[in-house]
Design a protein around this ligand. Structure first.
Ligand code: RNT
Ligand code: ZN
Length: 421
């Protein structure tokens, strides 16, 4: 797109937003402060580097599709992530899973991982001036095969996953220390059952005890921020998930930690956006896993849909941008994986842009004066405003491809790099 046209369109958009009292220059300053944590696992369909050809196994999550070019080595993964970041405006972090360490071709079981396996990532992130986040990997492992990890009734299995998660937190704290920005460590476990269990209480009590042991080790908040992620159901855990929303909400409030809201993990008519203003009254911060649920499955590429828009609006309206850590969580192997990141991240950013472009004060005034018709009119009118022109201008000033230009760049990378793997 021509620079002149982008600028001209922006200036016209700026005037239109000014008419409703919104300053687009200020909005772009705010947007530029938003950091999105890219989930590393879209590069390789949640395979990891524990052994050659490792694949996502179990845990009730699936990556379907066989688009060519998935990353098979750390070098390939890093090249892909660099490509992704070169196509995104604004700032990013990187969220790693424990299976993505540099294990040097040797088998290193999950209860043996150490900082040294992730030092390469820390150095990589430092060079790029980005922060790292981390996740214990309690799936794709023989000890997760019977469906229970931290809540297992088998003490040997429980002990193994407690040790793994403790090590993951230690690694996270070191990442935060070396990089000078706290690392968010997220715990998600697949524990649950296909059929209805009769003894949920014991399972949940076991999970609570395991977590208590894991969190008995304290780290400074400037290095590590802990979060726990709930789920409603998964493949093979249709009838009950041990770490439900109620469980973790209670646990986080009692123990003063974050909860992770993955918008693919709730009943389809429940809105994660609606949970934000409640959750933030009881926990200091949140971690988001932005995703797109489709029918029974989660983890589709984020698009600019009502759900993501509401999440962004509720955060901006609650003036909570400083309390929400924004992460992505999807894995789709049926399309170009770099493209998946760029679409998903850009859509999340555009949702925040639209939320920031909202004339909040005016809307609240209408609300307080019981002017419901006026409020609804303005909300509908805002949907017709030229936010795309503001977005294009933001991309241009960030020196990243504007509009559809990123499509060609990704196709070129596919031809030059991905198809040669
Ligand atoms: C699974 C959870 C979890 C995973 C990642 C890979 O349902 O959403 O966050 O997707 O940890
Ligand atoms: Zn998630």
């Amino acid at each position: 797109m021509k620079k002149e046209l982008i600028k001209k369109s922006y200036l016209s958009a700026k005037e239109q937003y000014a008419e409703v009292g919104v300053d687009t220059d200020k909005v772009l300053e705010e947007l530029d402060k938003i950091v999105i944590s890219l989930h590393c696992w879209q590069t390789d369909d949640v395979g990891g580097f524990e052994k050659e050809g490792a694949e996502l196994g179990g845990g009730g999550i699936q990556a379907t599709g066989n688009h060519p070019g998935k990353a098979r080595t750390i070098e390939q993964m890093r090249a892909d992530l660099d490509k992704v970041m070169s196509l995104l405006p604004g700032k990013q972090r990187l969220s790693l899973h424990a299976i993505y360490g540099e294990f040097g071709g040797k088998p290193v079981d999950r209860d043996q991982i150490e900082v040294k396996h992730f030092q390469g990532w820390i150095d990589w992130a430092k060079k790029r001036g980005i922060g790292l986040d981390f996740n214990c990997t309690c799936f794709s492992h023989p000890y997760a095969d019977d469906g229970y990890t931290l809540s297992s009734k088998n003490p040997k299995i429980r002990k193994f996953w407690i040790e793994h998660t403790k090590r993951c937190r230690a690694i996270s704290a070191e990442m935060g220390k070396q990089l000078g920005t706290p690392c968010v460590h997220n715990i998600w476990i697949p524990d649950g059952s296909k059929d209805t269990p009769v003894d949920r209480y014991t399972l949940r009590k076991l999970l609570m005890k395991s977590l208590d042991e894991i969190f008995s080790v304290k780290y400074p908040g400037k290095y590590l921020k802990d979060s726990v992620e709930s789920k409603l159901f998964g493949i093979g855990s249709e009838s009950m998930v041990v770490g439900s929303h109620d469980f973790y909400m209670g646990y986080a409030v009692k123990n003063n930690m974050m909860i992770t809201l993955d918008n693919g993990h709730f009943h389809p008519t429940e809105q994660v956006g609606d949970k934000i203003s409640s959750a933030l009254l009881f926990v200091d911060e949140l971690l988001l896993h932005l995703t797109r649920g489709v029918r029974w499955d989660s983890d589709h590429v984020v698009t600019l849909n009502d759900e993501i828009m509401l999440i962004a609006q509720e955060i901006v309206r609650a003036k909570a941008l400083g309390k929400v850590n924004i992460g992505l969580d999807f894995f789709d192997a049926s399309l170009n994986r770099i493209g998946a990141y760029v679409i998903g991240t850009r859509s999340a950013q555009i949702a925040f842009l639209c939320a920031l472009l909202e004339p909040f004060q005016r809307l609240v005034k209408f609300e307080e004066e019981d002017k419901n018709f006026e409020r609804l009119s303005l909300l509908e009118l805002m949907k017709t405003k030229p936010f795309g022109a503001v977005w294009d201008y933001y991309c241009m000033t960030n020196n990243v491809p504007v509009g559809q230009d990123y499509i060609d760049e990704i196709i070129k990378y596919e031809n030059d790099v991905l198809l040669k793997r």
